[in-house]
Design a protein. Structure first.
Length: 235
C-alpha cells in the first residue's frame, strides 16, 4: 500500500515537472517572437523618420544682390542749402530737399512779413544749392521792380524756349515778332513792360538792333544788361 502511494506521488511530480518545462519553453518562444517584432519595428521606424544624408536636398543659398538690397537702406538724395533773407520771419540758411521751390524756402523761414512784396518773387522757381533768395519790401519792389539792385531776388523762370526765334539762335526771343506772352519769358520783362514793347513796335516799327529796345519806356541800361543775352531781332 505504501509503495503504491509512492508511485502515484512520483508520477504526479513528473507530470508537474513536464508541465513546468513546457510552460517555460512556451514562454521563451513568446519572448523571442516579441523581441524580433520590436527590433523590426524599431528598424523600420528609424529608417522612415531619419532620412539618409544623401537624400537631404541642399538648401538654396540666397542671392547676394537680393540679400544686400533687403538689408541696406535706400540711399537718401542729398539736400541743398539756401540763404533766405529780406522780408521773412526768420532769415537764415536752411537745408531743403532737392527739388524744392522758392515757396518752400519762404515757408521754412517762417513765411512773409506784412511789408513783404510777395508778388515780386517767382515762388514757383526751382531752387539750387547755394542760392540766395531775397524777399523785397513793397517799397524796394516799387523802386526797383526788376530786382537789378539786388541781383537774384527776382526769381523769374527762364523758359524762353516756346518763344519765336530767328537767325538760328535757339532760345532767344525775337523782340520784333514775339507776342506779349512770349516777351514775358525773358527774365526781367513783366506784363506791363511786354505790352510797352508791343506798343512801341506798332507805333515806331521794328527794332533794327537789340539795343533799340532801350527806347521803350522803362527799359534803361540796367535792365538791358540783364535781358540782352535772351533777346534778338529778326526781319
Amino acid at each position: 500500500m505504501k509503495r503504491a502511494e509512492e508511485r502515484q506521488i512520483s508520477r504526479a511530480v513528473r507530470h508537474m515537472a513536464v508541465i513546468c518545462v513546457m510552460t517555460a519553453s512556451l514562454t521563451a518562444l513568446l519572448l523571442l517572437a516579441g523581441c524580433g517584432r520590436s527590433s523590426a519595428a524599431v528598424e523600420i521606424d528609424t529608417q522612415s523618420s531619419v532620412p539618409l544624408e544623401s537624400e537631404i536636398a541642399p538648401a538654396e543659398a540666397p542671392e547676394t544682390e537680393t540679400a544686400l538690397a533687403q538689408t541696406q537702406p535706400p540711399a537718401e538724395e542729398p539736400g541743398i542749402f539756401v540763404h533766405v533773407c529780406g522780408q521773412v520771419l526768420r532769415p537764415g540758411v536752411y537745408e531743403l530737399p532737392a527739388g524744392s521751390r522758392v515757396w518752400d524756402a519762404v515757408e521754412e523761414a517762417g513765411g512773409f512779413l506784412e511789408e513783404a512784396a510777395a508778388d515780386s518773387v517767382n515762388l514757383a522757381a526751382a531752387l539750387t544749392d547755394g542760392m540766395k533768395v531775397v524777399i523785397p519790401s513793397q517799397e524796394e519792389a516799387a523802386q526797383d521792380p526788376y530786382g537789378l539792385a539786388e541781383e537774384g531776388w527776382y526769381q523769374e523762370a527762364q523758359t524762353s524756349g516756346d518763344a519765336e526765334t530767328s537767325d538760328g539762335q535757339a532760345g532767344l526771343v525775337d523782340i520784333n515778332r514775339a507776342t506779349a506772352a512770349q516777351l514775358q519769358t525773358v527774365p526781367g520783362i513783366g506784363e506791363v513792360r511786354a505790352q510797352d514793347i508791343v506798343a512801341y513796335r506798332e507805333t515806331h516799327g521794328l527794332f533794327e538792333k537789340v539795343e533799340d529796345i532801350m527806347q521803350v519806356s522803362g527799359i534803361k541800361e540796367g535792365l538791358f544788361a540783364k535781358i540782352k543775352d535772351y533777346i534778338t531781332v529778326g526781319g
